[in-house]
Design a protein around this ligand. Structure first.
Ligand code: G6P
Length: 366
């Protein structure tokens, strides 16, 4: 069934619409309501070992790297541990310092990406502690890591990753919750997060039900040659993944920028031909993001706001709305309308979304 279209026009669309089911699988048996924490037995780490973690570093390529940035934000926010993400391809060539107390997390849908596998091997050679966050059971990276978290997204056929990315984010949230609860994340906060996480797969259904919004936006901007994707803090990895999706399947030039960095160069490019997709979560940075939109509009740049906040009427030309949950976890949901936007823009241009030119699903060469 995973390898059949079942009435969908292509695998990408099918896999986007499979995200509710896939998300439920990622969470199954892993949420502990009683102790308001997560259970990730595959990590093979007990509470003492989890408390010994001083830093978390995510390694991956492409969408797995951008997802890792979202994971790093979650770990930093929920567990108050320093965390970051790096492309596995860079890591393996730069003679990295391997610190004791750092938990390295190798992130990969296929489990076969050569650059990520080589980073794991280099880590192991140098005595680093590495776990895998992998979709394909029995894959090279899963075997090399020996322990970790399986994504349970099911087979992903389309070259552009969708449901695997969402399951990566859900799994990072579980990891962050687990690391947080053996530190100073309270029971009450943990309860809120467990409930919000459990609700995400069904909220994805709500986002998909409002697909019309993404279709309208995609049709409106299908003639554009360049686009910015703009976000700050929680919205930044979302913007990067949104730009990645658009460029890989539509061949439209898309570039992601941290919102406040716009004024340090890219603003020079803004005019009526340069639309910006702005990620606007309803969080403590809402006013800042509204300010960013105003700056873009003042230079005649069209704005597509992706938001779960109530924005002032007429602020953005186009608005794609989604439901609100817990602010820490909402970035996981924000990726879905961006998948739809990229998908519909690419199909409006007649692209073969499942097999974009020059790209491979799994890159097992240098
Ligand atoms: C290729 C694919 C990307 C993917 C990346 C990492 O470049 O085209 O969509 O994000 O590999 O793949 P992985 O299987 O390691 O997640």
């Amino acid at each position: 069934e995973d390898y059949q279209l079942n009435g969908f026009p292509d695998f990408m669309r099918k896999e986007i619409h499979d995200q509710t089911r896939a998300g439920h699988r990622a969470l199954r048996g892993r949420l502990d309501e009683r102790f308001a924490t997560a259970r990730l037995d595959g990590l093979g780490l007990d509470a003492r070992e989890l408390r010994a973690v001083r830093r978390v570093k995510f390694l991956g390529c492409g969408s797995a790297y951008y997802a890792g940035q979202l994971g790093a934000n979650l770990v930093e926010e929920l567990a108050r541990l320093p965390a970051d993400a790096e492309p596995a391809s860079e890591f393996r060539y730069r003679n990295p310092v391997i610190e004791e107390g750092t938990l390295y997390v190798a992130v990969s849908q296929s489990g076969e990406t050569l650059d990520t596998l080589a980073a794991v091997q280099e880590l192991k050679r140098k005595g680093g502690q590495v776990v895998g966050l992998v979709n394909a059971v029995g894959s090279a990276i899963a075997r090399e890591c020996g322990s970790g978290v399986f994504l349970h997204a099911g087979p992903e056929v389309s070259v552009a990753s969708t449901k695997a990315v969402t399951n990566m984010s859900l799994s990072f949230a579980l990891l962050a919750l687990l690391l947080g609860r053996v530190r100073d994340l309270s029971m009450a906060h943990g309860r809120r997060l467990v409930a919000a996480l459990a609700a995400i797969p069904d909220r994805i259904t709500d986002v998909l039900a409002a697909e019309e919004q993404a279709i309208a936006a995609a049709e409106r901007y299908a003639g554009t040659e360049h686009m910015f994707f703009v976000g700050r803090v929680r919205g930044w990895p979302v913007a990067r993944e949104g730009a990645q999706k658009l460029k890989e399947i539509s061949y439209v030039h898309a570039e992601a920028y941290e919102a406040a960095e716009l004024k340090h160069g890219p603003l020079a490019l803004i005019d009526h031909t340069m639309p910006s997709v702005v990620i606007v979560p309803d969080d403590e940075l809402l006013a800042k993001n509204i300010g960013t939109i105003e700056q873009i509009r003042a230079r005649n740049g069209p704005v597509i706001a992706i938001t779960n906040a109530d924005l002032p009427e007429g602020l953005a030309e186009t608005v794609i709305r989604l439901p609100r949950g817990e602010p820490e976890l909402d970035p996981i949901l924000f990726t879905v309308p961006l998948q739809l936007f990229a998908y519909h823009l690419a199909t409006a241009l007649g692209r073969n979304v499942d097999k974009p030119r020059n790209l491979a699903k799994s890159v097992t060469v240098e």
